[in-house]
Design a protein around this ligand. Sequence first.
Ligand code: CUA
Length: 151
Amino acid sequence: TYEKLWLVAAMVLIVGFIATITYGSVALGITMVGDQQETVEPTELNDERFSDPRVAQVGENEYEAYVTAQMFSFQPDPIEVPEDSEVTFYVTSRDVIHSFSLVGTNVNTMVIPGEVAEMTVEFDEPEEYGVVCNEYCGPNHHNMEGMVHVV
Ligand code: CUA
């Protein structure tokens, strides 16, 4: 019947959409796990983590990356994490609003002074991702770059 045909057509479309989304993330070897817009108050974190921003191993394949943005760089640079890892980024700003965006991925968050942006990302394979700032932050905004090395 026509009704059945429509149902099949709808199913094919849905599977197609899911495949497209899945392929998109798998192809890049990167998957967003956490809510990229989630923020936590800096008082909930030890401020020392941001005075010496770095990557800390917190589980077998789990890492926490403490990152600061300021005119016109990110620290640490590069951010080095191993493949097959799940990395939670905590990103804050020392001065004005920046963003922390991994080129060619959907990893992108605003970085607001006084707040900590939190997002969790799975890195499946060795890759180099450029980090850029997408918020205008001053005369050298367009040169504000960093790097994530998945090794
Ligand atoms: Cu930092 Cu634009």
